[in-house]
Design a protein around this ligand. Structure first.
Ligand code: UT7
Length: 332
């Protein structure tokens, strides 16, 4: 019997309609389009303005996009993994609500939180279940309503993040396609550099935590940048070496969209001279945390050919980071 690998067999996405441009941010904080563009590569981001809608809304739309494209009966889905750093509520699980709302009534579901690496870690989890023969149809969704945890008076963070969702269906493959290898890492050296300090068990909410804005993202950008460049580029290079992949062999780099300069540094370290291989949509969405990787897959799906070699790379709060090598499984 041939070995079972876990392949991505469909992709879906959703971003909310409202757009927040660099020009609009100029009216809100002391910043300018030129600074944001040259330092980050971001021009605009999408924002879910409706205060009555949370991350589940974004995730449901992305999941429905897959159901529409594939005509899949949601009752066939075995498991829904909800990768997110901004669940609707701390308890109950957002994924459970998403699964029920899309009609995946035979599936079980849970949330997976690893900041900006949530989707990459989720891919590993989904693949492990499939490779073990335990489940056959796993829906992995990466979604974040980052605007719900951003202080729009803090110019060091509010220019970076946006809202969005992407989803992939993962299924068994016997042609050797799908996930080939991964290197996943974490280190709490980054615990203080990128965090939401209050609202958890260590510092439950009080009037004071609200007044001190401790429920918003705080980031020491310079430190995170330094670790992101060395660690994300490091594992990307390592996974190529370990799999005897030259820069010619790599068809696409699917890297977390946090800063164009970090993505460029990673591509350089991998020796990817052809910039067409480096997927980039940060200019339109900003950093959507758990959604960046599936949003790239959705935007570039038509360019991928069966058998193409994709390298995924991510870096996020925690710190959490990693790289994965995946062979694309279909022509669209
Ligand atoms: O996805 C999770 C992982 N996150 C990341 O990977 C983010 C990593 N970090 C970054 O992308 C970058 O560090 C930032 C985009 C956050 C900041 O860029 P930077 O080049 O590291 O800027 P900086 O923090 O060193 O600040 C340079 C200057 C400072 O002014 P002085 O001290 O030189 O006078 C800042 O106060 O730019 C100033 N500054 C701004 N100016 C205009 C900071 N934010 C802004 C702003 N507009 N929005």
């Amino acid at each position: 019997m041939s070995k079972i690998t876990a392949a991505i067999t469909a992709v879906g996405a959703y971003v909310p309609e409202d757009i927040l441009t660099n020009k609009m941010l100029e009216e809100m904080v002391d910043t300018n389009d030129e600074w944001i563009t040259t330092r980050t590569g971001i021009k605009e981001r999408h924002i879910l303005k409706d205060p009555n809608k949370g991350t589940s809304y974004l995730a449901i739309q992305a999941a429905k996009d897959i159901l529409r494209k594939t005509n899949l009966d949601p009752k066939e889905i075995d498991l829904v993994i909800m990768a997110t750093a901004t669940p609707d509520m701390p308890v109950a699980s957002t994924g459970v609500h998403v699964a029920t709302q899309i009609g995946a009534t035979n599936a079980f579901s849970y949330d997976l939180q690893a900041a900006c690496s949530s989707f990459l870690y989720g891919m590993s989890t989904a693949a492990a279940y499939i490779e073990a023969g335990r489940y056959k149809k796993v829906l992995l969704i990466g979604a974040d309503k980052m605007s719900s945890i951003i202080d729009y008076t803090d110019r060091t963070t509010c220019i970076i993040f946006g809202d969005g969702a992407g989803a992939v269906l993962m299924e068994p493959n016997t042609e050797g396609l799908g996930l080939q290898d991964e290197i996943l890492k974490s280190d709490s050296i980054g615990r203080e550099s990128l965090k939401i300090e209050a609202g958890g068990s260590l510092m439950p909410p009080t009037e004071e935590t609200v007044a001190r804005k401790l429920h918003f993202v705080q980031q020491d950008g310079k430190t995170v940048f330094k670790f992101a460049v060395s660690n994300m580029a490091g594992v990307s290079e390592q996974i190529m070496k370990r799999n005897d992949l030259s820069n010619e062999d790599v068809n696409w780099l699917v890297a977390h969209q946090a800063n164009k300069r970090i993505i460029d540094a990673t591509a350089n370290r991998m020796g990817l001279n052809d910039e067409d291989k480096v997927l980039m949509n940060i200019q339109r969405y900003g950093n959507t945390t758990s959604a960046t990787l599936p949003l790239l897959l959705s935007d570039y799906e038509k360019n991928f050919k069966k058998g193409d070699n994709l390298i995924f790379a991510s870096f996020g709060g925690g710190f959490t980071w990693g790289a994965a090598y995946l062979k694309w499984a279909y022509n669209s």
